[in-house]
Ligand binder design. Sequence first.
Ligand code: SF4
Length: 734
Amino acid sequence: MSEFTKTQCPYCGVGCGLEVSPPAQYGKATHRDSQGTPIWRVRGDKAHPSSQGMVCVKGATIAESLDKNRLHYPMVRDSLDQEFRRVSWDEAFDLIAKRLQTVRFTQGPEAICMYGSGQFQTEDYYIAQKLMKGCLGSNNFDANSRLCMSSAVSGYIQSFGSDGPPCCYEDLELTDCAFLIGTNTAECHPIIFNRLAKYHKKNRKVKMVVVDPRRTPTAEAADLHLAIRPGTDIDLLNGIAYLLMRWNYIEPSFIEDCTSNFPAYAEVLRHYAPDIVANRCGISVADLETAARYWGQSQRVLSLWSMGVNQSSEGTAKVRTIINLHLMTGQIGKPGAGPFSLTGQPNAMGGREAGGLAHLLPGYRLVKNPQHRAEVEDFWGLKPGQISPNPGLTAWDMITGLEDGAVGLLWIAATNPAVSMPDLERTKKALLRSPFTIYQDAYYPTETAAYAHVLLPAAQWGEKTGVMTNSERTVTLCQAFREPPREAKPDWEIFAEVGRRLGFVKEFAFTNSAEVYAEFVQLTRHRPCNMTGISHEKLQAQGPTQWPHPEQNTGTREHASSPSGKRLYTDLRFPTPDGRARFGAYHSRGLAEPPDPNYPFVLTTGRLYGHWHTQTRTGRVEKIRQMHPEPFIEIHPRDAARLNITDNQWLEVRSRRGKAKFPAKVTKAIAPGTVFVPMHWGALWANEAEANALTHPESCPDSLQPELKACAVQLIPISAEVTLKNYQLQSSQW
Ligand code: SF4
């Protein structure tokens, strides 16, 4: 038997393979953290197809966080001003079941909400859907993926007829031109970037274009960096398309045979002449032309994007406008080419497969589609019409639902909305009004725990066996390698026990997660994400695999575009009624909150290489804390000189919703007129340094994803009396 357990890294959507072994085994030296405590040993899995043994600092140091600040027992309190008291699981389950029934029969099932996470394994997601959308009759399940990549989901669905990134990581090493827009891949998806950067360096003819208002480490590696003004992405993309048309780099036979709606798109493009576009974007015509030439002259173009595109009030339009470029040049369905959305979380993809957003049902189905509802009702043994035809409340709808009393019970699991939601003061006020909040997490304290009536200790990654899917549709079995601490339980087991206590005994008669997964994959049969050929057993025996992965010899033609798992749409047929991909014709609407004389700067938010989201884990890892000891605000030297700001001087940043304070980092890496703040610091880690105290909840009308990437702010220099000690852990409040 191997001394290592194989699993997938639980941080980002790259989904690197890891091998984990106990602190000391077979007489080998004990692995220790920076304080000398023995910890599990983690290394990259060379056999994992996605990462080939590579890991970044987050994956490499994950073991150090496993035992720190864990929640061990269920705890309850009657009101938020009371202390928690420890209770048994039995008492906690009974309390939750009773409260769910009360809300269900007094306010109706639509008053019950669950806010989950891309940290869930697919089994957790699936059981939560069955409980909420099936048994309780509430579609109010949304996940933090709403804040991360729901625009990519809606863009793919609208353009191709189905969700699903069509590319794979091999394409990083087969492309002639990598076009990265709204993604700081080097810091946020480091191993994807490593693969691309190595290939780019070795092959001088391969071009890399990076579109980002910041000169990030990703932009540093590019042949061409387009530092466009925030909110001008669609202008740029339409401007490139204009030139591709003018220079005849388009693929008329592909457009004719495989797409629809090209005339409407071409009509829009007429308005995007180079001088107009360059002026709007704040770049030179020459750079715009270079970008178009790189795209047009390449045999294989791969575009990559993440939150910089998705977190926008026109996120779906941006995604579709990227896809348009691929459609007009036939850059899809072949090696090294295609529109590739990079997911933020380790199993955001599994959430999409299992129906883990308020408008989805398992198997890439839509709540609004009557046939999809009927198929799921039939499979779950529900009465016809039992699944509500209305999409449920999204993450932000749950906040406004708390404000107006529509939400009677909120169940939050594996996520930290008291740091990550937009308009944070408003979010916190709404959470304070919640009649009953269950907070289920592996860690304590977190910022959100302060708003809970019930705390449920969850087993985390490594303490439960389940499946995750990464950005390239690779499905990996994450095997448990240790017991959960004290009384912590896997998320899916908690949901299933609540279901049984509500009377749904046979619906949740699972004895292990392999059975849960086996039931779930049956709902993917004949669907684009067909995984009927995958099971825990096969993943363990054969290693990770990509979907589509249908059962062999089913005797039926599977999804037309999925002859193999590697790439989608290789037969150039799309899952739309006419088999054609659709052009989306969009003019740019710009930012939801543009700068003005009162709030003259655009604030953009983002991530740093070492930290993960709200630091719940990475904040406990010494190496990462040293790497990123404090938050900061990046400001261009020209703006700094105008405001008489010097490096490290403190600034108060104010938006229409709130304020925060940061030391200035004066750097040419940020464009004039724009400032940047990392989003990792919540109230637990620093005083008044919450990026989301400033952001707004205006959302894309299609994906309902908030525009976390941009808001208007003013900057006020303050004296240096606030010192770094503000950034020490604020443990006293806990
Ligand atoms: Fe984990 Fe992402 Fe780093 Fe890979 S790149 S080790 S998945 S955090």
